[in-house]
Write a protein that binds this ligand. Structure first.
Ligand code: LLP
Length: 416
């Protein structure tokens, strides 16, 4: 490795050292420019298709991030009323919101109907019956889709698999007629679509091709039964660029695949990307507290841990790590194979193991890359650690978009 290779000097034209000065560490930093570029690249790849991008906001639900995406035309994929309430707060267009998830509660379905979301992606027969009863009680017709479980998957970490028969997601095709009978009998259900999502981080176009074809087949069968299917929700999962040996999605190929699927029919298509839109737009800045040697190699101990970014221990995920230098600092001479670990008292609290990095010293600033998706969103206060602050940067300007938790926030709802 060339020691220049893993060095970061600015992020969306902002100096990370200045961010450390102003906001402290650990600090999540999101680039508005990268967010917008990712959205634009996907929109371009789909420009020949009648398609709506519904950002899967579970990946990063900071309202400032949501507002950037809303402003450039994005819809949203939600999985709870908590997420829906965020969209109410930013005044999102509810006609571009789809509601997924296997465990929708009565009050969540109620709120979704009252807010007029585009479609509830139904994941089981009992859920369909529940939606029917809520819709009747509220006097609002529920637009629903059949979330297909196609028994197909990408080769991704087992926790990221959602499309196999054994998984808890979606409905197997053999339940189609039972599903349709319930819809047909009810004046409160309208079957609008077929949806699907087979997992997160998929780059294999052939898997997408097979899944999309299966969806079209199921949509055709529902139409034969008499349903007016107008919408095909293709799901998300498009692999972001995590660097290393990780394969990102080929957008051009994905675009032409969706174009070929769309040719000759009138469906509106929906995609639900999370990672692809926000992963690369984020970095986590963390300071090196100590460097110790365990007799095997150097252990770099930083002030952020699995409580802030849990993806490496949870999914064995790879995140590139850069040494942050100022514009004028010279690159370090050599490189070294090190472990980068956090302070949490678990062997699983690490960011990288045996990773070649430029020479690292106490007090250095490191940037954990691809920290925009499923990082802050999955952060916790484990080990009595405060949730970090979040900053949005754009062409040289920075804005604090979430304050660091205070000490009192650690026990705010406890009663003593
Ligand atoms: N649609 C549905 C119904 C989903 O369940 C998900 C993600 C998405 C869309 C967006 O998937 P994406 O485009 O972000 O891959 N925490 C894991 C990922 C969990 C994904 C859960 N569902 C990770 O960090 O790898």
């Amino acid at each position: 490795m060339n020691s220049e290779e893993r060095i970061l000097r600015s992020f969306d034209e902002v100096c990370p050292h200045e961010l450390r000065e102003t906001f402290g560490t650990p600090l999540f930093v999101y680039s508005q420019s990268i967010l917008e570029q990712q959205y634009a690249a996907l929109a371009r790849a789909l420009h020949n298709v009648s398609a709506t991008i519904c950002y899967a906001m579970k990946a990063n639900s900071n309202m400032s991030v949501l507002k950037v995406l809303k402003r450039i035309g994005s819809g949203f994929d939600i999985v709870s009323s908590g997420e829906l309430q965020r969209l109410v707060k930013i005044e999102a267009d509810m006609s571009k919101v789809v509601f997924s998830g296997v465990g929708k509660r009565d009050e969540e379905i109620t709120l979704a109907l009252q807010q007029g979301v585009k479609m509830l992606n139904v994941e089981s027969i009992p859920e369909l019956k529940k939606i029917d009863s809520v819709a009747k009680r509220e006097g609002i017709v529920a637009p629903v889709s059949f979330r297909l479980n196609p028994d197909m998957t990408h080769e991704v970490h087992e926790h990221d698999v959602t499309g196999t028969r054994a998984s808890k997601f979606g409905i197997s095709p053999e339940f189609m007629s039972e599903f349709w009978e319930i819809v047909k009998k009810s004046q409160w259900l309208k079957l609008k679509g077929v949806s699907c999502h087979v997992g997160s981080g998929g780059a294999d176009i052939e898997v997408y091709r097979n899944v999309f074809k299966e969806q079209l087949k199921v949509a055709g069968q529902f139409k034969e039964l008499g349903a007016e299917i107008s919408c095909i929700d293709l799901g998300g999962g498009f692999a972001a660029n995590y660097g290393g040996s990780y394969t990102p999605i080929d957008l051009a190929k994905l675009g032409s695949l969706i174009e070929s699927i769309a040719a000759g029919n009138e469906y509106e298509f929906i995609v639900e990307p999370g990672k692809f839109l926000v992963s690369e737009a984020g970095i986590l800045l963390t300071e090196v507290l100590y460097v110790k040697n365990n007799g095997i190699r150097d252990i770099v101990i930083v002030d952020s841990g699995m409580n802030d970014l849990i993806r490496p221990p949870l999914y064995n995920a790879y995140h590139e790590i850069d040494l942050v230098l100022t514009e004028s600092e010279k690159p370090r001479e050599g490189t070294n194979f090190v472990d980068v670990v956090g302070p949490v008292c678990e062997g699983g609290c690490f960011f990288a193991r045996n990773r070649e990095l430029p020479e690292i010293k106490q007090g250095d600033l490191l940037a954990i890359k691809n920290a925009g998706a499923y990082c802050f969103a999955m952060a916790s206060q484990y080990n009595g650690r405060r949730l970090p602050a979040e900053v949005l940067v754009h062409q040289g300007n920075s804005t604090l978009i979430r304050k660091r938790d205070s000490i009192e926030d650690l026990w705010r709802n406890e009663l003593i």
